[in-house]
Design a protein around this ligand. Structure first.
Ligand SMILES: [Zn+2]
Length: 496
């Protein structure tokens, strides 16, 4: 009897990999009962495609070598599935071994005779031992324990979950950068919303025919967090208005990210997976990003500020330019480590100031043509971020900003960059105050009263002294560089 599966929108499993695959199957086949073999064959046709190269096999009947079109797993699936084609045997001709037919790619779902419970969907069914091509997390349960509900015996899947697991390979966004690639799964626990998301939003925004990936993030690099932030910014840019999405799709996307004021609407989660090509399945990182509605609100706040405070047009582009600037040129390559660390801080609601400070003092200052941070950076990542994310006192932020800027200007006027480094290098609160003392003396600046309020636990006006130090160092050095850079040149760079 032919094995069949029943596909339905009611069958969500809560597993992001399998559910994304189920949505793929539903969009292609619709609800209903289908032979396993038919679905498997069609998936294989999509997953294994001609590479454009030719190979040779030995035709045993005609006793001659013949050419064939080589086929292989499509990118980026070839990074994950390493099952090779079956050559049907090999023969030696003129000292060289040849397959006796064009290699055939086949995957089989061998189901148990007896029924058992599927580890993913929980249904009683005939099951198969999960292979990597059905569910890649099965290979490394230690590292990916959260996504692996099985025990030491391994994971058992019903035919539907196994097919969905294979289909999942066709459902994601990915981006390659050099030898690295990052893969993205947007996930929603409601299967019909997930289906809508794929059909109305993700597919229309998806690129085809590009070897570098099927999504074009606002920026991307070899690291996971920077590219993830780039992908989210790209998605966010389609929420207020979109030249690609239909109006109802745009509204749906807006509701998923809480953009229309519906607080606590069930939200989407983003999973990002980084793997290294050219190695047999090597998934380096898997990260889950929730709180995307909160991130969208932060992004909206940033955009508003760019418009209202700086009176800058194209606020989305401005926000992107601020976040993408954290790289250094190394010969012909860009080292984007700092951008990744800034993105990591933002995506995890962490403190970006240590990276910002490091980037200013160790990268920007030391360039051939030192330049300040892009316009709006200190407001976005210091003032606004600290107020929104760490609920830092607004008045104190303003005081520090004013003093920091004055410090930078005075240090520039008196050629005292060394003082800024001394400030940056302060290791404890005593050293920090010693530097401020020097500042008063050498730059004739008065340190604001509130900065002198040292509290228990080395806190200053309620904030950790180190954070206060980072803020002052950033404001001061950035303003120093602003004074250093001719306005005209700075403008050119802004538009470059
Ligand atoms: Zn199942």
């Amino acid at each position: 009897m032919e094995e069949t599966v029943y596909l339905s929108i009611e069958q969500q499993t809560g597993n992001f990999w399998i559910d994304n695959g189920l949505v793929y199957l539903l969009l292609r086949w619709g609800e209903g009962k289908y032979p396993v073999k038919d679905i498997l064959n069609e998936l294989m046709d999509k997953l294994v495609q001609p590479t454009g190269n030719k190979g040779e096999y030995y035709d045993v009947q005609k006793q001659q070598l013949r050419e064939y079109d080589k086929r292989n797993w499509v990118a980026p699936v070839n990074l994950f599935i390493k099952v090779s084609g079956d050559p049907g045997g090999k023969v030696e001709v003129n000292g060289k071994r040849y397959p006796i037919r064009p290699p055939e790619f086949q995957l089989d779902i061998k189901l148990s005779k007896k029924q058992s419970v599927c580890d993913v969907c929980g249904q009683a069914a005939r099951v198969t031992d999960a292979k990597m091509w059905m569910y890649p997390f099965v290979v490394d349960p230690g590292n990916f324990g959260n996504f692996y509900s099985g025990t030491k015996r391994g994971l058992r899947l019903c035919a539907r979950c196994a097919l969905a697991g294979l289909a999942a390979y066709l459902s994601w966004w990915w981006r390659r950068q050099g030898s690295d690639a990052v893969h993205f799964f947007l996930f929603h626990t409601d299967l019909s919303d997930l289906q809508r998301l794929h059909q109305e939003v993700l597919r229309p925004l998806q690129l085809t025919g590009e070897s570098g990936g099927n999504v074009r993030p606002a920026f991307s690099g070899k690291y996971l967090h920077e590219t993830t932030l780039g992908v989210l910014l790209f998605l966010f840019s389609h929420i207020p208005s979109s030249d690609v999405l239909l109006e109802k799709a745009r509204q749906f996307l807006a509701s998923l990210f809480g953009a229309n004021g519906v607080a606590d609407a069930p939200s989407v989660v983003l999973y990002a997976v980084r793997g290294v090509p050219a190695q047999a399945f090597d998934m380096k990182e898997l990260k889950e990003f929730s709180h995307l509605q909160r991130l969208y609100r932060l992004y909206e706040g940033w955009k508003r500020g760019m418009e209202e405070i700086y009176d800058l047009p194209h606020p989305h582009q401005r926000v992107v330019r601020v976040l993408e600037q954290f790289y250094a040129r190394r010969q012909r390559e860009q080292e984007t480590l700092w951008r990744d660390r800034i993105a990591r801080a933002v995506l995890h609601w962490d403190d970006p100031l240590p990276v910002l400070e490091e980037f200013l003092f160790d990268v920007l200052v030391k360039q051939d043509n030192p330049r300040p941070l892009r316009q709006g950076t200190d407001w976005m990542l210091v003032d606004y971020y600290l107020k929104e994310v760490f609920q830092m006192d607004e008045q104190f932020i303003r005081t520090l900003s004013r003093f920091g800027h004055a410090l930078g200007a005075a240090a520039h006027e008196k050629s005292e960059m060394g003082l800024l480094y001394a400030l940056r290098n302060a290791k404890n609160v005593e050293e920090f105050y010693r530097v401020l003392n020097d500042v008063q003396f050498r730059l004739s600046l008065t340190v604001p009263e509130s900065l002198l309020q040292l509290e228990k636990g080395d806190r200053i006006a309620g904030a950790a002294w180190r954070r206060v130090k980072h803020m002052l160092a950033i404001y001061a050095m950035n303003n120093y560089l602003r004074k250093e850079t001719p306005r005209e040149q700075d403008e050119n760079r802004e538009e470059a």
